[in-house]
Design a protein around this ligand. Structure first.
Ligand SMILES: [Zn+2]
Length: 504
């Protein structure tokens, strides 16, 4: 009552639900913002539709030197293999480069391959794969589908870098979208050298309306230099002295790729092959690099999808704890797709936060068409063990991986609670023993990720004295059917008590 009496404004919620704003434990806002400026291919459901949209964009933007966009659905072509010739049919004179929604794959046209210098003679990169036509060995002609960083890097080096102004514009666009989804804090899970500059500028101009923690990506080939460079970058962010808006506490490691692309690191081989995937790090190098980043005071944030990658990530964290100083390190493993039974208890034992993109725990086209054939039914049904890890005492946080998938937390909480698609498939839910009820999903999306971001002492719950980072949902999702609740929308979002989104 004392709080209400001193309030400057009283809002009648009229039966709607007020909760702490969502905190997105892993996303890529600059990428998401930039995607809104290129060809809009992310909602399209056929290769033809993607090509048509690229053609439209090219015609309407005749001065764009490179056409860069995302993110197409990689399950639209068999095996996720897309041909440069399909894009050449609409744009032949300028390079085109499209990110797949997994963001571990790029589809490009022939002009992009030419500018990047990728030819039949280009050797296979160690940490990447150039898909080829008639690929007997590694000397077929490049197809136009490039997997993982060292293959994608050929194109990224040839394409123009994002300017600071473009980065700020992307953050303005990303902030608007995130606020409309009720998000008030986010973990940017992939910041390269120099990319903090756009954030610093956005905070100075007061146009960033989502509190952000940066995770700098540590490269397997340059990790010692990276840790030094990122320690300096952290000093830059701290010198800005706006810790309520921008921090840089975290180091990101891509331990492996994705199951859909056959690049996730598995303990047992992919079905019908001897292939265990494409780890980005050797176990020894990962252990050494994670410990070094930990000693430099960075929270570890490890992308690990296959059971082999998750085991190595846990081993690296174990080593950092055993050899490093005692501190509040809060290590994070994100994606947590396929966990070996023996490794499940290690999350709770070591205080490892399991960061889930709960929206992925449903049998959509990607899961059924790309994951199931690659890993087989038994491993498929072990994916995303959210309830099991929660019961083991592990801390759970939710994230979107936006723009890999939408930052719709209501939908993510619904999927976690039902393990069903929006159409209710399958009835009774896929792996129903892993269902995670709506109240728990809400906690993982608010307090869970606030803890992950070291902000739980002043936000992430509704409490007197906390920052008023709030979202109003259209109705009480804790009282509705967990499948039907998916259509409930955020109606208003507040950042520190300031209205940053209103549905009206
Ligand atoms: Zn990601």
């Amino acid at each position: 009552m004392a709080v209400a009496a001193s309030a400057t404004e009283t809002v009648d919620l009229a039966g709607r639900l007020l909760i702490p704003a969502f905190n997105d434990g892993h996303c890529h806002p600059v990428m998401a913002g930039l995607e809104t400026f290129g060809p809009l291919v992310s909602e399209l459901d056929s290769v033809e539709a993607v090509i048509t949209e690229v053609g439209r964009y090219a015609a309407e933007n005749p001065t764009a030197d490179w056409i860069i966009g995302g993110a197409y659905d990689p399950s639209l072509a068999p095996g996720g293999n897309f041909d440069s010739a399909w894009l050449d049919a609409v744009v032949a004179d300028r390079p085109v480069m499209l990110h797949a929604s997994d963001h571990h794959t790029v589809w490009c046209n022939s002009e992009a391959l030419r500018r990047a210098g990728v030819t039949t003679e280009t050797p296979e990169p160690t940490l990447g794969r150039i898909e080829r036509r008639d690929a007997e060995g590694s000397h077929g002609t490049p197809l136009g589908t490039m997997r993982e960083w060292h293959a994608i890097d050929y194109l990224r080096r040839a394409a123009p870098a994002t300017t600071i102004d473009e980065g700020v514009a992307a953050l303005v666009s990303a902030s608007r979208i995130a606020n409309s989804q009720g998000v008030a804090w986010m973990q940017d899970a992939w910041v390269e050298r120099g990319e903090q500059a756009a954030y610093l500028e956005a905070v100075r101009r007061n146009v960033l309306t989502v509190r952000t923690n940066l995770a700098f990506r540590i490269d397997p080939d340059n990790w010692r230099d990276d840790i030094r460079a990122f320690t300096d970058a952290r000093v830059e962010v701290e010198a800005l002295d706006r810790p309520e808006m921008l921090t840089a506490k975290t180091a990101k490691f891509f331990v492996d790729g994705v199951i859909e692309g056959g690049t996730a690191q598995l303990l047992a081989p992919y079905c019908g092959s001897h292939d265990h995937g494409l780890p980005n790090w050797t176990r020894d190098a990962l252990i050494e690099a994670v410990a070094a980043a930990d000693r430099a005071g960075f929270q570890a944030h490890l992308h690990a999808i296959g059971d082999g990658a998750i085991r190595n990530a846990l081993d690296a964290i174990e080593h950092a704890i055993a050899t490093g100083p005692a501190w509040d390190r809060r290590p994070v493993i994100t994606h947590v797709q396929l966990v070996h039974q023996d490794d499940l208890p290690r999350f709770a034992e070591m205080g490892v936060i399991a960061n889930f993109q709960a929206l992925w725990a449903q049998e959509d086209g990607m899961m059924l068409n790309l994951d199931l054939p690659r890993i087989g039914r038994e491993r498929y049904d072990q994916q995303y063990p959210i309830a099991t890890l929660d019961k083991s005492g592990a801390r759970i946080s939710f994230a979107s991986d936006w723009p890999v998938s939408p930052n719709d937390f209501v939908a993510a909480i619904s999927v976690a609670a039902t393990r069903q698609t929006a159409d209710g498939y399958p009835s009774g839910g896929w792996t129903p023993h892993e269902r995670f009820d709506v109240e728990k999903g809400l906690l993982a999306s608010t307090l869970g990720s606030a803890y992950q971001g070291f902000t739980e002492s002043w936000r992430g719950t509704l409490a007197v004295g906390n920052a008023a980072d709030l979202v109003v949902l259209g109705s009480d999702i804790t009282a509705s059917d967990p499948l039907a609740m998916r259509t409930v929308r955020p109606e208003a979002t507040y950042l520190g008590g300031v209205l940053v989104y209103s549905r009206e």
